[in-house]
Design a protein around this ligand. Structure first.
Ligand code: GRF
Length: 216
């Protein structure tokens, strides 16, 4: 089996990176870690990668004259590592249209809301402010608009009456750690295709009861 080579872009904590590292540690997982790229030199995510023996590349964005120059350096690092799929995992830089187009349908992102609801910053607080009963996370292909693009996987969690944004974020994060490896696996197995900007997944089990909240 040839495994899909992952390039993970990070800026911070790296818990989603860890979920991908853990999934890829299973030789039966159809993707492998090729490189972790960070724009933040002291990102804890880099330590996670080093600890797992994964190649890392640090590209402090301030060292580059323009966004295009920075993105070109990222692109080079990914190409040199033979990356087939780019995973954004808490990567806090906007990417140039040229870079996004180059990785069309080969770059995914995870966002802690049920997109298209609550794009942008503080989606957990946005969910609390809106009074929704459920929220969750979304893994999607990246397009040239923030937190937009064909949806691959979503996971749903309850929003409880006394949730703070932090508590809700933790609940969503646990769902993220299952959703991201699932999305990567489906792509690596060649079961994902984009048709008219919607994702079709081959051979998936869609059976699920309704999640009704609140229950009494
Ligand atoms: C996650 O909530 C992810 O959905 C968002 O940024 C956060 C990154 O967390 N895009 P981590 O660095 O993976 O722990």
């Amino acid at each position: 089996m040839t495994r899909l080579r992952l390039g993970v872009l990070v800026s911070g904590r790296g818990s989603n990176l860890q979920a991908l590292i853990d999934a890829a540690a299973d030789p039966a997982f159809p993707a492998e870690m090729a490189i972790v790229v960070s724009n933040v030199a002291d990102a804890p995510a880099l330590d996670r990668a080093r600890q797992a023996g994964i190649a890392t590349c640090t590209l402090p964005h301030r060292d580059f004259a323009s966004r295009a120059d920075f993105d070109a350096a990222v692109d080079r690092a990914l190409a040199e590592a033979g990356v087939g799929l780019v995973c954004l995992a808490g990567f806090m830089r906007l990417l140039t249209p040229g870079f996004v187009d180059r990785w069309h349908d080969r770059m995914v992102n995870i966002h802690p809301s049920l997109l298209p609801a609550f794009k942008g910053l503080h989606p957990q607080q946005q969910a609390l402010d809106a009074g929704v009963r459920v929220s969750g996370c979304t893994v999607h292909f990246v397009r040239n608009a923030m937190d937009a693009g064909p949806i691959i996987v979503q996971a749903v969690v309850a929003v409880l009456p006394h949730d703070s944004a932090d508590i809700l974020a933790d609940r969503i994060l646990a769902a993220e750690h299952a959703a991201y490896p699932l999305a990567v696996r489906l792509i690596a197995e060649g079961r994902v295709r984009v048709e008219a900007e919607r994702v079709v997944v081959e051979g998936a089990d869609w059976s699920a009861g309704p999640l009704l909240l609140p229950r009494t």
